[in-house]
Design a protein. Structure first.
Length: 204
């Protein structure tokens, strides 16, 4: 289940942040916008459609998001769930595999392809979408960075290892398999990624 969270938006006002009714309306609109995005694509995230499905006036949508660009950015940010630190469960190999299994679950449970496609369409021409794309990918891969940082802190991973870079190297093949090739990320794929990575990062 996707959890909707408040995301900062330049159209917000101080009153919006303290008015409970305004916040509830805003959350309801974003919840509908998320459903439309993942079910029908970015081109359907319009003020007219969202207002109709959320049963609010179109002016209510425009008050928070004056154009489709700002509405779509807010919708994408609403998909980002609050991150909870991923705890270590065992050896370096076990921790890495658990993190990749979690990644596989997240990208197959939610329609990540639709979101990523919407971001990719706009990111090349709009810095705000490029930043949103980066935040979205970082949120997906954060658990892998968590286990690498924890392994490094307990001495299971060399101190000079760049955990951010290694997390990208580990998660990159999984994301590419799912997003680019539209192939199933099987257990054998996960095991292969972990084995190859461990050849250069075995427990010291």
């Amino acid at each position: 289940m996707i959890k909707i969270v408040e995301s900062s938006n330049e159209a917000d006002t101080d009153a919006d942040r303290v008015n409970p009714r305004t916040r509830r309306v805003r959350e309801a609109v974003l919840s509908v916008a998320v459903e439309v995005l993942v079910e029908h694509g970015a081109h359907e995230v319009t003020a007219a459609r969202i207002a109709e499905q959320a049963d609010v006036a179109r002016t209510t949508v425009y008050r928070h998001w004056p154009d489709q660009r700002s509405l779509l950015l807010a919708t994408i940010d609403a998909l980002t769930t609050p991150h909870r630190r991923t705890e270590s469960v065992g050896s370096l190999a076990e921790d890495v595999r658990v993190a990749l299994v979690q990644l596989r679950s997240r990208i197959t449970t939610h329609d990540v392809r639709s979101v990523f496609g919407a971001l990719a369409t706009h990111a090349a021409h709009d810095e705000a979408f490029s930043d949103a794309q980066r935040r979205f990918i970082e949120q997906l891969t954060q658990p892998t960075r968590d286990v690498l940082n924890a392994s490094q802190q307990r001495g299971a991973l060399q101190a000079d290892v760049d955990c951010d870079l290694e997390a990208r190297l580990l998660t990159g093949p999984i994301l590419h398999q799912h997003l680019a090739w539209h192939d199933t990320v099987t257990d054998s794929v996960l095991d292969l990624v972990v084995r190859r990575w461990l050849t250069t990062h075995d427990d010291p």
